[in-house]
Design a protein around this ligand. Structure first.
Ligand SMILES: [Zn+2]
Length: 356
């Protein structure tokens, strides 16, 4: 099976896993979600959107975007991470694949393609939000109120976008910040908080190591539990045989019956414990952490290619609280989220330690 465009394969804890291949995965996600929520009304709109970007296929070569490509993409269930594999008669199930879209979004797309009315109601879509990802988040440095974003036209009719503080008491009132300048400054800020890749590789190696040792420990535990269960089952079988052969000896019959009840309880206790252990196994947690590291490696990229929702996620993943901005002073010293704080404490304050 060849994974669809937007994926690459990677070893996670000794197993092959299909991971999102950025930025292609995000372009595909935006295209699919945009079609589902009617930001893109039809397949041609999706095509026009994707045409703007360079998509890299699974084999590392650029993919040519055609209407046929769009159609295949919209009906490709693999993007949910769940699908049947008919070639091998394998039923519908979750695979070791990152999800690019949820199963709900996939269903919405299929309904829309089939022309089901319910999904064709145009969703209220605020284009302004796309233009102003900082709205209700970025604060005016002088007064601390949230900055507002607006679109306007200059004398020659050209549209321009800017942010401004609308607190009449503020010294910044009436001064506008060009959207483009602010966004450029922000990209610079993101670049400055991105940890060196060597450091992220090290963290990744530590995590991989932990997954491997935990996975080994887990397998051993499972094996010994399975053996215990087998032993108890064999004992139970012996009692049962004895019971069958001693129907006229009430003492033995009584003893066998009580032993069987006791063994049954133990078997179910062991099976329960085994199940719990399977659920709590940390592999999925480790996978989530690994995806976070993938983000930490290059938040600027996700910021650049992302839509409004993804950009807001970047803000929340990078900073622990809204930050303030001033045309001249820029961002000051923003409070980083805990994951970036950890990396930055190594890479900035302890450069000497790190350089050794
Ligand atoms: Zn202000």
């Amino acid at each position: 099976m060849t994974p669809p465009t937007g994926y690459k394969t990677k070893r996670v804890g000794g197993k092959i896993h299909c991971c999102r291949d950025e930025p292609t995965a995000t372009y595909i996600q935006n295209a699919l979600e945009g079609f589902a929520d009617n930001r893109f009304l039809n397949q041609k709109d999706v095509y026009n959107y994707l045409k703007r970007y360079k998509l890299i296929g699974y084999h590392g070569k650029p993919v040519s975007v055609t209407l046929g490509f769009v159609k295949n993409m919209l009906t490709n269930e693999k993007y949910t991470g769940y699908f049947p594999y008919e070639n091998w008669d394998v039923p519908y199930q979750k695979w070791a694949m990152d999800e690019i879209i949820s199963r709900e979004i996939f269903q919405k797309i299929q309904d829309k393609l089939k022309g089901k009315k319910s999904v064709l109601k145009p969703r209220k879509y605020n284009m302004d939000d796309e233009d102003f990802p900082f709205r209700r988040w970025l604060r005016c440095d002088a007064c601390g109120r949230n900055l507002t974003g607006s679109n306007s036209k200059n004398r020659s009719g050209k549209r321009y976008s800017y942010y401004h503080c609308h607190n009449k008491e503020c010294s910044n009132y009436g001064k506008s910040i060009r959207q483009h300048d602010l966004h450029t400054d922000f990209e610079r800020l993101l670049n400055s908080i991105t940890p060196p890749s060597g450091l992220v590789n090290l963290a990744n190696a530590i995590i991989q190591n932990k997954i491997n040792s935990e996975s080994k420990q887990w397998k051993e535990d499972m094996k010994s539990r399975q053996e215990d269960i087998k032993k108890k089952q064999a004992e139970k079988q012996k009692c049962f045989n004895l019971l069958l052969n001693s129907s006229d000896e009430p003492e033995i019959t009584k003893m066998c019956k009580s032993k069987i009840v006791e063994l049954d309880a133990e078997i179910s206790r062991l099976s329960d414990a085994k199940e719990k252990k399977e659920i709590s196994f940390t592999e999925s947690t480790a996978k989530k952490l690994e995806r976070t590291l993938e983000f930490v490696r290059n938040p600027t990229l996700i910021w650049k290619v992302g839509n409004y929702k993804q950009r807001r996620a970047v803000l929340n993943l990078c900073f622990s609280e809204p930050i303030s901005y001033d045309k001249d002073k820029k961002f000051g010293t923003p409070k980083l989220s805990s994951i970036f704080k950890v990396f930055n404490s190594f890479s900035i304050e302890n450069t000497e330690w790190w350089a050794r």
